[in-house]
Design a protein around this ligand. Structure first.
Ligand code: FO1
Length: 333
């Protein structure tokens, strides 16, 4: 079975671990979000690609959900000793090697998709990991300068500024109101080689419980990808990242508000729309959302959605695949 998964960071990576356990024989292609990418100290860092690669390659720091396990921080501490900013984005010594190799290969002219393939040759994630695009896209968040502290706050009241997503999330912990989400470079971005082909040949397409705005939303915003998903033969089934009106982790509520979407399982399904989604899984506690999702023309079921361990996640994956089979038969999706 050929499965395509659009994945962001931690939620997507953990879901993939369960999907692999549920369908060890499946041919899984992961289209990874690169809007979270950040350039630091001359290095290109790809948080969502690395989280998938490290998680499935058994190198992830499990508690954090990002970065390497057994990490040391000598370079970070030395950089801080030199007073080099930013110090708020923690790059570990082992993690640095990934960014050095990636930046060196890109400097030699290899596209990000080829670099990702080369890095995965070491990590053997057991899936084909393709960045959504080889072109540079960096998500920025528009906030009030008053929320930035320091001299910026003294600027004209009401002034706003677009800051890098990582500054918004890691430095500011997504405290400030997000007025808009701007994936810089998205208009010129093209799907990476293999992305559209994988979507066209897929038997099933899954949206894991990743951030619907800055992860899956960014992938959908790459010109050509949403249309390919709408036209695909394969049914598209998603799993809600919102449980009980709140994100399980991360800042999905803040960025959903920025795009005018209520933080609920049903609202996210409607946000993706029936043109895109054929099926949607909500948590057992959100069973009251099922009728609203079905009214939107999207099949819906309520099951336990907390990825407490690999087996629980495998159950979720099995339910998503079962729903894909149902909607394929019914709707001729
Ligand atoms: N998240 C944090 O909350 N604090 C960090 O210092 C941090 C560093 C970091 C370094 C490399 C990397 O790949 C990810 C890192 N993240 C950190 C997580 C990152 O912000 C998120 O994984 C995604 O961007 C959102 O899914």
């Amino acid at each position: 079975m050929r499965i395509v998964v659009l994945a962001g960071g931690i939620g997507g990576a953990r879901f993939l671990r369960g999907l692999k356990a549920a369908e060890p024989q499946a041919d899984i292609t992961v289209v990874g979000n690169t809007g979270d990418d950040i350039h630091l100290f001359g290095l290109k860092v790809c948080p969502d690609l690395d989280t998938v690669m490290y998680t499935l390659g058994e190198g992830i720091n499990e508690e954090q959900g990002w970065g390497r396990r057994d990490e040391t921080w000598s370079i970070r501490d030395e950089m801080a000793a030199y007073g080099v900013e930013p110090t708020w984005f923690g790059l570990g010594d082992r993690d640095y090697a990934t960014h050095i190799v990636r930046t060196q290969m890109m400097g030699a002219g290899y596209p990000l998709s080829a670099v990702t393939e080369a890095l995965c040759a070491r990590w053997k994630p057991g899936v084909r990991l393709i960045p959504m695009s080889d072109d540079r896209v960096e998500t920025h968040v528009v906030v009030d300068t008053a929320d930035l502290g320091g001299p910026a706050a003294a600027e004209h009241p009401g002034a706003r500024r677009a800051i890098h997503f990582q500054e918004y999330w890691v430095k500011l912990r997504a405290e400030p109101t997000a007025h808009a989400i701007v994936p810089v470079g998205i208009e010129e971005a093209k799907p990476a080689p293999g992305v559209l082909g994988a979507i066209a040949e897929a038997d099933v397409i899954l949206f894991p419980p990743s951030n619907p705005v800055v992860s899956i939303g960014t992938i959908l915003a790459v010109p050509g990808i949403r249309d390919a998903l709408v036209e695909a033969e394969a049914p598209v089934v998603g799993l809600s990242p919102i449980i009980g009106g709140a994100p399980v982790r991360g800042m999905a509520d803040k960025v959903l508000a920025a795009v005018g979407v209520e933080t609920s399982a049903a609202a996210v399904a409607r946000h993706y729309g029936p043109g895109l989604l054929d099926g949607w899984l909500v948590d057992s506690g959100d069973a009251d959302a099922v009728p609203a999702v079905e009214e939107a023309g999207i099949a819906c079921r309520a099951i336990p959605l907390l990825m407490t361990d690999v087996e629980a996640t495998a159950e979720m994956a099995r339910a998503a695949l079962a729903m894909a089979a149902e909607v394929r038969v019914e709707g001729g999706a």
